[in-house]
Design a protein around this ligand. Structure first.
Ligand code: AVJ
Length: 327
């Protein structure tokens, strides 16, 4: 009788580097205590939020995902040649781990893949799927908040090169000084010979940007409101979702999309042990999404000790994929 092979699911070990529930709740309360209230955008991604984000990525108005994917596919051979053989791939904010497959299909003999994400369930599911699709790859998922300083466990010291992968223009969610700090931290991790492959969204006609963050199906609005449902269930809060409205605007001066939830009434909300007072029309900032010029991003990278070696864009210059090395 044939015994079915043990599923590779069992071999996936997930490493955790915090954050603690209390740390996250403190961050939520600190943001809500500010004169201009804000919430950390990493809290969008509970199970429903991750599913809504995947849906956003398929929308006509949301040009980012399909444009980045097309750029990567078109230049996959060149990217793979730059990366070379026997590398370690470290992905920041791996989500569904779909874009990494474009690289895994082309790179010669990749040794390790370390997807890093805060959304644990999705991380384990996607890492398991990648491990099943690439049986010779060593997949080491890490549940961590990479917006905080952290040292990932050292893996594969025998690898030829460390490759950091940061797609989706998630770098745009950092304020400019934070982006510099983050890039410096990545650069230090890469050491000599390492590289960073990063997706960077570009400045463009504000009407296109407005449409991308105010889609006609209302999925982005649902995604934005869902952060409140997530906070309710995770931290024992009682936000009423029907008492808030989605707003996303492009701030041309600062070159960024600003996504807010607007309070529709004077209201009091409980978060853990704290009471939060909201006035009618008061905004809570839930996300910024910076758009860059190529020169501006190169200057930012320089300040962080990284050099831009190669830039690929689409013909309409909507989006860029960039190859950076540490000096
Ligand atoms: C994947 C985090 C970069 O800012 O465009 C999509 C998230 N927010 N629609 C972005 C998002 C609203 C997205 N990032």
């Amino acid at each position: 009788m044939r015994v079915p092979a043990a599923p590779s699911v069992a071999s996936i070990h997930l490493e955790e580097l915090g954050p603690q529930l209390d740390d996250l709740q403190d961050e939520v309360l600190r943001g809500l205590a500010k004169p201009a209230k804000e919430l950390p955008c990493k809290l969008f991604y509970d199970r429903r939020g991750s599913a809504l984000f995947e849906k956003i990525c398929t929308l006509d108005e949301y040009y980012l995902t399909r444009t980045e994917t097309a750029i990567m596919e078109q230049h996959a051979a060149e990217i793979a040649a730059l990366i070379g053989e026997r590398c370690v791939l470290i992905e920041y904010g791996s989500g569904s781990s779909s874009k990494i497959r474009i690289l895994l299909d082309r790179i010669r003999e990749p040794l390790y893949y370390m997807p890093i994400d805060l959304a644990k369930d999705q991380l384990l599911r996607s890492a398991t799927a990648v491990a099943a699709a690439y049986p010779r790859l060593n997949v080491r998922p890490l549940c961590a908040d990479y917006t905080q300083p952290f040292v990932p466990p050292s893996i594969a010291e025998d690898a030829a090169r460390r490759v950091a992968f940061f797609p989706g223009s998630t770098i745009g969610n950092f304020h400019l000084h934070e982006a510099e700090g983050f890039l410096r931290q990545v650069g230090e991790l890469l050491s000599h010979e390492g590289c960073l492959l990063i997706g960077v969204d570009l400045k463009k006609d504000p009407r296109l940007l407005h449409a991308a963050y105010n889609d006609s199906a209302g999925i982005t609005a649902e995604f934005n409101l869902n952060i409140l449902a997530h906070i309710n269930s995770r931290f024992g809060a009682n936000f009423r979702l029907d008492q808030f409205a989605h707003r996303a605007r492009y701030n041309e001066q600062l070159g960024r999309i600003e996504m807010h939830l607007i309070s529709l009434a004077d209201q009091v909300v409980r978060v853990g042990e704290s009471m939060i007072l909201l006035k009618a029309s008061e905004p809570i900032l839930t996300e910024v999404s910076y758009k860059y010029d190529l020169d501006q991003f190169a200057a930012l990278a320089e300040r962080a000790g990284l050099g831009v070696r190669r830039v690929w864009t689409d013909s309409a210059q909507l989006f860029s994929v960039q190859y950076l090395v540490s000096h």
